[in-house]
Ligand binder design. Structure first.
Ligand code: NAP
Ligand code: F7E
Length: 326
C-alpha cells in the first residue's frame, strides 16, 4: 500500500487530496499544528482513516519526527499562510511558514531518505500569485516571476528551493503552479466563498449586503477537486517537473457576483454590494490566466468543472448550509 504525508491537511486542498488518496488505497498521514487545533475534529470526523502527526512547518525537528513516524512514499507540502491580504500584515510569519517552511520540509525529506534521495516523491504547492505583475499572457511555466505580495515572494522562494533540491540532490521534487481553485470548502476569507456565503444569507433574509474591495481583478478560477488530481498525477511521473494548472479562462469579481446572485434569482446585484478601502490591497494582481498545455500533454490533465458550474456549486452548498443552520 503506498503511503503519503500531507501538510496542510486541515485546509481546502488537504481535505480533497486526502479523500482522493484514500480512494486510491493509500495509507494517508497528515501534519497538524498547534495545541488543540480547532480543525482536528473536522479532519477526524470526515477522514477517520487518516493518521495525524503533530508538527509545524516552522519547526524542523517536528517535521523530521513526522517523516520518521509516517515513512511516506509521497509528501505533499500544502501547508502555508495562504491568505494574500493577511501576508502584508504578517510578512515575517508568512515568510517563515510559506517560504522557509518549504525548505524545512525539503530538508526533512532529504534527511529521512539520505540512503536513496529519489525514493520519496515531493510535491510543492506553488502558486499563480508568483506571476503577480504578469510579464506574459497567458502565464506558463517559463513566464518570468514578478510577485506582488509577501505571500507571492515567499512562494517564489519555495518554488526555486524545490527546483534547487531537485537539481542539487536528484530529489523527485515537483512544483504545481496552481491558479486559483475554489470549492464549498474554501475558507470564508477568500473572495469567492465570501460572496457565495453572503449571497446565500441575502437570499434567506439573514444579511443585507456584502462589502468587498476591488471588483475588477480577474482570476483563472477552477474547482479544487479537479486540481488535487493534478498534484497526484505529477508525483506519478518518472521525472519530477513543474506544471501550470489552470482552466485557461479568466473572470472578474463582477462576473462571479453576476452568476452567484443570478443563482438565487437576483439579476441586479449592485444594490447589495458596497466597496470599501479596507479590502483593497497595497499592490494588486490585476489579471491571471494560465496556459496548462504542458500538464495536458504530459499528465493528460484537464479541468472538468466549468466556471458557471463552480459558482452554482458554491452558492447551492452555502444555501443548504445556511438552511441547516451550520
Ligand atoms: P488553506 O485552506 O488556507 O490551508 C492552509 C493549510 O496550511 C491549513 O491546513 C493550515 O493549518 C496549514 N498551515 C498554516 N500554517 C502552518 C504551519 N505553520 N505549519 C503547518 N501547517 C500550517 O489553503 P488551500 O487553499 O488548501 O491551499 C493549499 C496550498 O496550496 C497552500 O500552500 C496555498 O498557498 C497553495 N495554493 C492555493 C491555491 C488556491 O487557490 N487554493 C492556489 C495556489 C496555491 P491550520 O488549520 O492549522 O491553520
Ligand atoms: O482574492 C479581490 C482581491 O483572496 C481574489 C489564494 O488561494 O489564490 C488565492 O489568492 C481577488 C483579489 O484570492 C475582496 O483583491 C475583492 O484580486 O480570493 P482572494 P487571491 O488573492 O487570488 C492564489 C492563487 C493563492 O495562491 C492564494 O493562496 O479578489 N477581492 N474584494 C477580494 N478578496 C478578498 N479576499 N476579499 C474581498 O473582500
Amino acid at each position: 500500500m503506498p503511503s503519503a504525508l500531507i501538510t496542510g491537511i486541515t485546509g481546502q486542498d488537504g481535505l480533497y487530496l486526502a479523500e482522493l488518496l484514500l480512494a486510491k488505497g493509500y495509507d494517508v498521514h497528515g501534519l497538524i499544528r498547534g495545541q488543540n487545533n480547532p480543525r482536528r475534529d473536522l479532519v477526524e470526523g470526515l477522514l477517520p482513516d487518516v493518521r495525524l502527526h503533530n508538527g509545524d512547518l516552522t519547526d524542523l525537528s517536528s517535521l523530521i519526527r513526522a517523516m520518521r513516524d509516517s515513512d511516506p512514499d509521497e509528501v505533499y507540502n500544502l501547508g502555508a499562510v495562504s491568505f494574500v491580504a493577511y501576508s502584508w500584515e504578517n510578512a515575517p510569519l508568512t515568510t517563515d511558514v510559506t517560504g522557509k517552511g518549504v525548505l524545512n520540509m525539503l530538508e526533512a525529506v532529504r534527511l529521512h531518505s539520505a540512503d536513496d534521495l529519489g525514493r520519496i516523491r515531493f510535491y510543492q504547492a506553488s502558486s499563480s500569485e508568483m506571476f503577480g505583475k504578469v510579464q506574459e499572457v497567458p502565464q506558463r511555466e517559463t513566464t518570468l516571476l514578478w510577485p506582488r505580495s509577501p505571500y507571492g515572494v515567499s512562494k517564489v522562494f519555495g518554488h526555486y528551493m524545490t527546483i534547487n533540491y531537485r537539481e542539487s540532490y536528484g530529489m523527485h521534487a515537483s512544483s504545481g503552479i496552481l491558479f486559483n481553485h475554489e470549492s464549498p470548502r474554501r475558507g470564508p476569507e477568500f473572495v469567492t466563498r465570501k460572496i457565495s456565503q453572503a449571497v446565500a444569507r441575502i437570499h434567506l433574509g439573514a444579511q443585507k449586503d456584502i462589502v468587498l474591495g476591488n471588483l475588477d481583478a480577474e482570476r483563472d478560477w477552477g474547482f479544487a477537486g479537479d486540481y488535487v488530481e493534478a498534484m497526484w498525477l505529477m508525483l506519478q511521473q518518472e521525472q519530477a517537473d513543474d506544471y501550470v494548472i489552470s482552466t485557461g479562462e479568466t473572470h472578474s469579481i463582477r462576473e462571479f457576483l453576476t452568476l452567484a446572485f443570478a443563482r438565487v434569482g437576483i439579476d441586479d446585484w449592485e444594490p447589495y454590494v458596497r466597496q470599501d478601502e479596507r479590502f483593497m490591497r497595497p499592490a494588486e494582481v490585476d489579471q491571471l490566466i494560465g496556459d496548462a498545455a504542458k500538464a495536458k500533454a504530459a499528465l493528460g490533465w484537464e479541468p472538468r468543472v466549468s466556471f458557471p458550474e463552480l459558482v452554482a456549486m458554491m452558492v447551492d452548498a452555502d444555501v443548504e448550509a445556511q438552511k441547516a443552520g451550520w
